[in-house]
Design a protein around this ligand. Structure first.
Ligand SMILES: *Cc1c(COP(=O)(O)O)cnc(C)c1O
Length: 331
């Protein structure tokens, strides 16, 4: 890399995009600067904007909903499934029907999140998206490496995104992200939006875009890490099994439905006495973390949307009771 000197979007970037496409099993992969930009680029390619309702889980990382508001669309929050922690399909349909009934916003897309590494329920989500003519965006920032019946995270819905932030299942040594799709038109749009809305080249600008490229050094690192990734995933799954064997009497341990494979971005348990338990681990030098203490509908930045405590009881309960134990491929 230092020999060829193409520090941004060098040959390793294309090599990585090809390797990721092969790994996930999709036609197009477009790398970009981070997982938040990946989501934003997906929304831009789908032409999402003012007046559009975008359904997303309230129990997620802020970026999932932030990009919706940034695109001037309206995030419509959805409760969680008690067992998988992912978007609840029943609550989702209720919210879709509510938006249709109110008639103020146009239901446009669903952003589902593969929370803590477990793919969301794409069998039902894809059916629901079709029923209501909605686009489906998979936020696989945490889900990369997971699968349902062998079909990999990143291959669900109309378009999917991931993040290579160091703490994600496949992390680089800085920021990075990618977009996955089988749709030629969406891929072409994302490639243009990624580099200042380029046409034939970056000095021919045919739309308003972003500067969201991947550094070559990150691509080179990711290529090496991708080769080790299947082994790391196996190790994460062994570690998770051991955790569950040891801890299932004490806490509600993660539920992995039949046919699902988790990339274990986090190993997260539910416990009523969370603070006390976390204190106990801290005393033994074991770090624990809470993802996420505040649901999206309770975030200050979204207070104008008018949600209140009690709107999403499952997600709220999870935000008060979950904590995550150490998890990585060398545990
Ligand atoms: C980390 C994360 C993002 C954002 O990724 P960045 O690379 O940090 O911008 C988006 N969605 C979810 C669910 C995430 O966990």
């Amino acid at each position: 890399m230092l020999n060829h000197g193409h520090y941004i979007m060098g040959p390793e970037v294309k090599e990585l995009e090809d390797a990721l496409a092969k790994y996930v099993g999709v036609k197009h992969v477009v790398s970009c600067a981070n997982g938040t930009d990946a989501l934003q680029l997906a929304l831009m390619a789908l032409d999402i904007g003012e007046g559009d309702a975008i359904f997303c889980p309230t129990f997620t990382f802020f970026a999932t909903a932030e990009v919706v508001a940034y695109a001037n669309a309206t995030p419509v929050f959805v409760d969680s499934d008690e067992r998988t922690f992912n978007i609840c399909v029943g609550s989702l349909e209720k919210q879709i029907l509510k938006v249709i009934e109110e008639g103020k916003l146009v239901p446009k897309a669903i952003i589902s999140v593969d929370l803590f590494g477990l793919p969301a329920n794409y069998i039902e989500l894809e059916a629901l998206a079709e029923k209501y003519n909605l686009k489906l965006i998979e936020d696989a920032a945490q889900g990369f490496g997971g699968s349902i019946n062998g079909k990999k995270a990143g291959s669900f819905g109309d378009i999917a995104t991931t993040s290579f932030f160091p703490a994600k299942p496949l992390g680089c040594y800085g920021d990075g992200g990618a977009i996955f799709t089988n749709d030629d038109k969406l891929a072409e749009l994302v490639r243009s939006y990624r580099v200042h809305g380029k046409g034939t080249d970056k000095y021919d600008n045919i739309r308003i875009g972003l500067n969201s490229r991947l550094d070559t050094i990150q691509a080179a690192i990711l290529l090496e890490k991708l080769a080790e990734f299947p082994t790391e995933l196996e190790n994460r799954n062994i570690a998770a099994e051991n955790y569950t064997k040891t801890l299932s009497e004490k806490y509600i341990t993660p539920f992995i439905p039949e046919g699902y494979y988790s990339s274990w971005a986090q190993y997260t348990v539910v416990c009523e006495d969370r603070d006390n338990e976390m204190q106990g681990y801290a005393e033994q030098g074991i770090p624990t973390m809470v993802y996420y203490r505040t649901c999206m509908h309770m975030q200050t930045a979204f207070k104008d949307l008018g949600y209140k405590e009690g709107d999403f009881p499952v997600a709220e309960k999870l935000s008060k009771q979950v904590f995550s134990l150490p998890m990585h491929g060398y545990l």
